[in-house]
Write a protein that binds this ligand. Sequence first.
Ligand code: HGY
Ligand code: MN
Ligand code: MN
Length: 415
Amino acid sequence: MSIAAQAGLGTAVMDRLATLAGFSEDPNNLTRRYLSAEHKQAAGQVKAWMEEAGMTATLDAVGNVVGRYEARRPGAPALLIGSHIDTVVDAGWYDGNLGVVAAIACVGELARQGRRLPFAVEVIAFGDEEGSRFPATLTCSGAVAGRFDPNSLESRDEAGVSVGEALVDFGCDPAAAAAIGRAPGDVHGYVELHIEQGPVLEAEDLPVGVVTAINGASRLAVRVTGMAGHAGTVPMALRRDALVGAAEMIAAVEEVGRGGGDGLVATVGRIEALPGTVNVVPGEAHFTLDVRAPDDDVRRTAVAAIQSRCGDIAARRGLELSVERTHEAVATGCAPWIMDQFDAAVARHGIRLLRLPSGAGHDAMAFNGFCPIGMLFVRCAGGISHNPAESITVEDADVGTRVLLDFVERFEPDG
Ligand code: HGY
Ligand code: MN
Ligand code: MN
């Protein structure tokens, strides 16, 4: 029985999200990182759902699952609909996964009705949007957009496993990664349904909203090097304590973030002190930096200010500092004509129109400059995300999926 005939699109979508949540590296929470065994299980399940929905489905060279629902004229350019099935550590069920499951449900409805459109529809379940295992992020969607960086094959996770090694273990051929880039003429555009991960739709009492733009983002890896020593014998005045230096730097990150301008945010998500023993003055400290803003100049100015403050702190404390940029994505505008078509679909469902920016990053950013993009947000409770408390209602899952289907059915390429 098709996904719609069972119990409404929303219920079926929620059931499938529960199934996907079962593929986790940790039995106590949802953690599914790129190229893990659990990612492989989830990819297999998504591939089966794509085939059930009438698509031909394949695993591409970087671990994406790509389903194609052919057009009336075989080989016609496609509308890409995607999101990611990797997660952060201790994640919610809906970030990324909702967009993939809802897109499959839309194609399943087209197939159930026996409809073929003037364009193909391709649903892509990207493997690495979060960057929660390897330093880089958006590598999989970037590869589809023809931006695969062969150097990324050398980046390593905390266990020292490289992306290239992990791809081979996953059953992929790293040498074929660059070839998955699409020809621009084969793609009409890229759209993505995603939870808002913010409080606006809930505050406006709206189930969905149309995204205007996605904030630009910088990610950096900071290493502070001092001198390890005996916690009992090294006098406080003689220490070169890397962790205390990092702590002062992290306070400076917050200060710059708070004072840096409209929509600027700066986050230190992870810190590590080495050797990490109770009675040793830390000789090294490593921490991550995530800086975002709607305006790229504001973001870059903030990154420079943070680096300068960290340099001053390191010099004063006799510490060494190294800062490596691991990711940068410029602020990405959604195509006005795609926003208009999403507005029309929302209006046809009798929902008040709201357009809003995205503070969170998305795979859609990887298509910036490659093809027109658009996004539709679905309300999530309290705007909570990257947290197991992340949640949506079955009604909003249903509305989001139906608005996406309406958009697809009436999609007019190039506006
Ligand atoms: O970090 C982000 O904004 C996205 O969830 N990866
Ligand atoms: Mn996401
Ligand atoms: Mn996320």
